[in-house]
Write a protein that binds this ligand. Structure first.
Ligand code: HEC
Length: 172
């Protein structure tokens, strides 16, 4: 993983760690109106960077569909490279922040983030090779990456991923 990728991984992981800690170590309900989330536990600077990173990611995904649909291989490769390299975090994280975040990384989050960036790289290569069959597959894999991470680590932000009531085995 390159430096930028590592920086993003570190930040993402730290957020996940914070989220996990809140859930693991805060069994007593928080009386404050807005219960602290993982992101809320981060410094305001890092929270802001994280949101910018996610916004950049989302923007890139939205650009991806028309590029894929029109066989714009160069455009796809360029967008994939941006996703792989990260948006704002890589440029703005201090070495201290990076180190601090890295210490807080839970394995599950790290794996998801690494896999996500590997998929972006695979998409970039497939676009360079004009592989019209593989490109949409990797776009799907990226989307799966968003869902996989959000459903595990961002339920507070995306309540749609909160576990539904345990369905009784096929209650027809
Ligand atoms: C490895 C983990 C991970 C991956 C992969 C990931 N996200 Fe996120 N994302 C998060 C977490 C954690 C949050 C929740 C932050 C919070 O609690 O406010 C989040 C929040 C967001 C937000 C809301 C930001 C805000 O301003 O509140 C957007 C938009 C977003 N993600 C888009 C995406 C998209 C699009 C993808 C895939 C292309 C993606 N994310 C992939 C971890 C991830």
């Amino acid at each position: 993983m390159n430096k930028e990728g590592l920086a993003l991984a570190s930040l993402l992981l730290a957020v996940a760690a914070a989220t996990a800690q809140v859930h693991d170590h805060a069994p007593a309900p928080d009386p404050s109106p807005a219960p602290a989330s993982g992101v809320a536990a981060l410094s305001p600077e890092l929270r802001e960077l994280f949101k910018l990173e996610m916004a950049g990611l989302q923007g890139a995904m939205l650009e991806l569909v028309p590029a894929v649909a029109s066989g714009d291989w160069e455009g796809i490769a360029r967008i994939a490279a941006r996703i792989r390299g990260g948006f704002v975090l890589a440029q703005r994280l201090t070495p201290e922040q990076r180190e601090e975040l890295h210490r807080a990384l839970p394995a599950g989050f790290l794996e998801r983030d690494a896999e996500f960036h590997a998929t972006a790289e695979a998409l970039e290569h497939a676009a360079h090779r004009k592989q019209a069959d593989l490109v949409p597959f990797y776009v799907y894999k990226l989307t799966e990456g968003c869902v996989g991470c959000h459903s595990r680590f961002a339920q507070a932000r995306f309540p749609g991923f909160a576990p539904a009531h345990e369905p009784a085995e096929h209650a027809h």
